[in-house]
Design a protein around this ligand. Structure first.
Ligand SMILES: Nc1nc2c(ncn2[C@@H]2O[C@H](COP(=O)(O)OP(=O)(O)OP(=O)(O)O)[C@@H](O)[C@H]2O)c(=O)[nH]1
Ligand SMILES: [Mg+2]
Length: 649
């Protein structure tokens, strides 16, 4: 079945991660053995391994209510439980965004739920995730699919509260007379409103796909995107694929289109990578009076019409029947499965979404570890060159000629003195650089950022309206732009200083291998711009007017701050790494030269001391030469191993 293909792809990817982790460990050992490591390199390699460990492929399901998001998740990923694992029902079912994944830090499987009342607090969900005590946890019995399905019923739990309470939680939708009851029913009593019991659900269990790094985000339909800005601002843009679900029995409705245009399309920018539309419930078009050809023609015309309305290619719309697909898998009815067309959607996910994600991860590993390897290669080259030079010098020596030896000792001592002088100069350049780095790091400090956010918030107190938001957002983004300009300017100045030092080194005959990299703030300004666009869309979107405005605006501002903080923190880390990286080859060069000069002196002294010293020393250095070549070969092998792509399934 096609499902196997997705699983195979994920398994291959997981195996690649295991192998790559081993290669990185091999690199670390190699560096330690050659004394080429440093705490900074160890940290960088540890980070890379950690990234591989926690890396997840996130697929988000978004749509209006009752289009069949949850049923699709059940049928694509969890049919092996031979049941509906997640609750799917007529009317409004999933009440809170639900994340399914595998948490390897916890021994037992769990479902963790965030009480809806946390909406009253000014803390983002991302921050709340770090504090498990704020969540209600139920354990999952992985040996009992019944118990698991039962526990998952939590995500549909609702409760009844007064209109005032619903309003204070920002969950009262004026025109609808409430947050809409299950199945579109009226609220239980005229003065109470039905609201979700939970705000967010995190479900961890050791399903093979989840263990291999798949994470699924199921979202509730109906205004969930409007009332929880963090979904649109953080969670959806972080997903590697978004499955937008439509239903063949309802067609593309006004609210489907609103959601698509205001939230889904926009969070992918101009690119449609990772954006998939499923036209679900095609079984409602199966008509026993029509023949298969006629049914296919109807499905095809709906597909084209859907594509036209969404403004995408018909090939990006997958007509499926989640329900029949699930049934077919449970009954192992391959004919029904083919008819459900679910395998075609699964094939698309395996052949496009998984490889795209693999490429991102693999490139980032190659970039990070590759830079360390390149550096080590350069150092080895310098060492080999030094040994070669020494060999040439010694081979030309006559053992008996004491004068020549004395002359060489003197020359080496002179070289050493000149070298020490240069080192002093180098140290003073380092001090200038440290001052410049401090200006950059201060501009990007999280303390400064928090202060700025607190000031903006204070400024907004009492005016949590879209008007107030516009003003504050402008101030906020202007502030971030100014910060990035300071960083950019300082980084450019730093670069000029570094270039001068590099040039000086090269003038003195040092082979530095690499030229220093420049630091560009473009990546972060681009991200801020994306955030700005997202924020503008949100501010202008009609959904913000549906719920209590001040509430949503406040929540929105918190999400915005939390997201921006992540960007600043990343920039801060990257600059810090950059500053270390550009200095690293120079520091290494200084140390290598120092060592080589000392070794040369020692060798000359030894030869001077004994008659057959020269031959012994020659042999020793020749041995070193062979060993160095072997080390280089091993390093090249590690580099090759790192670049092995994920096995093609
Ligand atoms: N006929 C038919 N019904 C389907 C299909 N997929 C889902 N359904 C039914 O549609 C209803 C809604 O499905 P859900 O999976 O709960 O929909 P959802 O999009 O998750 O809805 P919310 O959780 O409320 O946002 C359920 O009764 C499903 O059984 C399908 O392919 N064909
Ligand atoms: Mg659902």
């Amino acid at each position: 079945m096609e499902e196997d293909r997705f699983q195979q792809q994920m398994r291959a990817f997981d195996q690649w991660k295991v192998d790559t982790t081993k290669t990185i460990r091999r690199l670390q050992e190699w560096l330690d053995k050659q004394q080429l490591g440093s705490s900074e390199i160890t940290l960088r390699l540890y980070d890379t391994v950690e990234t591989l460990r926690v890396d997840r492929l996130i697929i988000a399901f978004v749509a209006e209510f009752s289009r069949g998001k949850t049923e699709l998740i059940n049928s694509i990923f969890f049919a092996d439980y031979k049941r509906r694992l997640l609750p799917s029902d007529a009317g409004r079912t999933t009440m809170c965004p639900t994340e399914l994944f595998y948490d390897d830090q916890e021994e037992a499987a769990y479902i963790r739920l965030l009480p809806i009342e946390t909406r009253l607090e000014d803390i983002s969900i991302a921050d709340l995730k770090r504090d498990t005590s704020r969540w209600t946890t139920f354990s999952l019995d992985i040996d009992s699919p019944d118990q698991m399905a039962e526990a998952m019923q939590q995500v549909v739990k609702v409760k009844h509260v007064s209109v005032a309470a619903a309003k204070s939680l920002g969950l009262y939708v004026e025109e609808q007379g409430g947050a809409s009851g299950k199945g579109g029913q009226k609220p239980a009593a005229p003065d109470t409103v039905e609201i979700p019991q939970w705000r967010h659900a995190m479900i961890s269990f050791p399903h093979p796909l989840l263990k291999q790094g798949l994470a699924i985000l199921d979202t509730p339909g109906l205004n969930a995107l409007g009332s929880e800005p963090e979904l649109t601002l953080n969670m959806l843009p972080n997903a590697h694929a978004i499955l937008f679900v439509l239903a063949a029995d309802t067609g593309v409705t006004r609210s489907d289109l609103d959601m698509w245009q205001n939230h889904i399309r926009s969070c992918r920018g101009d690119s449609s990578i990772g954006l998939v539309a499923a036209l679900n419930k095609i079984d409602t078009l199966w008509d026993e009076i029509k023949n298969q050809g006629q049914i296919d023609a109807t499905i095809e015309s709906q597909r084209k019409e859907t594509a036209r309305m969404l403004g995408i290619e018909p090939e990006s719309v997958f007509p499926v029947s989640a329900q029949k697909g699930l049934l077919a898998k449970i009954r192992q009815d391959s004919e029904l499965l083919t008819r459900s067309r679910l395998p075609l959607l699964e094939r698309y996910l395996s052949d496009n979404v998984v490889p795209a994600k693999q490429a991102i991860v693999s490139n980032s590993v190659i970039e990070k570890a590759g830079a360390i390897i390149e550096d080590a290669c350069d150092t080895l080259a310098v060492r080999i060159q030094g040994v070669q030079k020494q060999l040439d010098e010694l081979r030309g020596l006559d053992n008996t000629n004491a004068d020549v030896l004395q002359h060489l000792v003197r020359k080496t001592r002179e070289k050493q003195a000149a070298f020490n002088k240069k080192t002093e100069h180098f140290q003073s350049s380092r001090r200038i650089l440290a001052q410049q780095s401090k200006i950059i790091m201060d501009a990007l400090s999280l303390a400064a950022f928090d202060k700025m956010i607190a000031a903006s918030r204070k400024d907004m107190e009492g005016s949590w309206s879209t008007g107030g938001l516009k003003k504050s957002m402008q101030m906020f983004f202007d502030n971030m732009r100014d910060t990035m300009q300071v960083v950019s300017r300082q980084a450019d100045q730093t670069y000029v200083v570094v270039q001068t030092i590099y040039a000086k080194f090269q003038e003195d005959g040092a082979s530095l291998g690499t030229t220093p990299k420049m630091f560009s703030v473009k990546k972060y300004t681009d991200e801020f711009y994306k955030l700005y666009e997202e924020a503008e869309k949100f501010r202008n979107s009609p959904v913000t007017t549906m719920t209590e405005q001040s509430f949503v605006v406040k929540k929105f501002f918190i999400s915005l701050g939390s997201h921006a903080r992540v960007i600043v923190s990343k920039a801060n880390q990257d600059v810090d790494n950059w500053l270390k990286e550009i200095m690293q080859p120079l520091i290494k060069q200084v140390n290598e030269s120092k060592q080589q000069l000392e070794q040369q002196l020692e060798t000359l002294n030894k030869i001077n001391d004994s008659k057959d010293g020269l031959q012994t020393k020659l042999k020793e250095i020749e041995g070193n030469h062979v060993a160095l070549e072997a080390q280089l070969k091993e390093l090249k092998n590690i580099d090759k191993a790192l670049r092995i792509p994920v096995a093609v399934v």
